[in-house]
Design a protein around this ligand. Sequence first.
Ligand code: G1P
Length: 297
Amino acid sequence: MQRKVTKAVFPVAGMGTRFLPATKSVPKEIMTLVDRPLIQYAIDEARAAGITEFIFVTSRGKGALEDYFDRAPELEASLRAKGKTELLEVLDATNMDSGAIAYVRQNQALGLGHAVWCARHLIGDEPFAVLLPDDVIAAETPCLRQMVEAYEQTGGNMIAAMEVSSEMASSYGIMDVPPAISRVVPMRGMVEKPAPGTQPSNLAAIGRYILTPDVLRHLGDIDPGAGGEIQLTDAIAREIVERQNVYGYRFEGQRYDCGSKAGFLQATVAFGLARPDLGAELAQFLSDMMAQRQAAE
Ligand code: G1P
């Protein structure tokens, strides 16, 4: 039996420069996908996987995130007085139990690996999950839950994996894997943002990880890697060399790169279409738009 994964780290210290000017005053993670902030999707996915302790690695200017997960007594009182129980239930999903959420500051932008390392004292000596909220994954069984189930069978470290095109490989952590098509693939190596044409495969890491405390220890003594940053990928690569216990997990589901404008728009359309209260109207609008465009060509 593997030790249960109950803690998750959410690195949310990034400045979100790709979404300026919006992110000048609004943290990227608060930006809205249909009617929920991006971070809520990651939180819901973590909860569905059995996570009970949520660790946020933040930075300056992320106060709105802390407020979002806090109770809003005046708002709740006013909704209650008006008998708006449905809205009260919507709000309830955003309230975290006392002590279930912790914040740690990354005071220098030294990379994803460094952000995770900042949470080391809160993680302690147990396996933990990492969720990158920019990666939004629509799936029947939430992605992290699929991974926890696989981890309970296999143990080791489990990294979400997805095939990408050769042109896109240099934007990801890329796995060195044997040519197999199974869902769980033992990794032989991993490289962060390989130079075009040098990638060991087209299997990319997506922002869901289940990691052992050994990876956390490596983060404490690896050198800066790609982009001069402390890379999570490099700590994982070291763990592969030392213990050969890292697996890529080809998840079932559709991933949206909400760290890019195009990906965010695609997710907005896809999630809107999937909503019972919005889908039909949005589908009609989109097909009218397409027809108008075609007529104008
Ligand atoms: C990060 C990781 C990379 C991973 C990617 C997934 O990169 O460093 O290994 O493939 O997330 O979204 P970033 O997108 O922060 O550059």
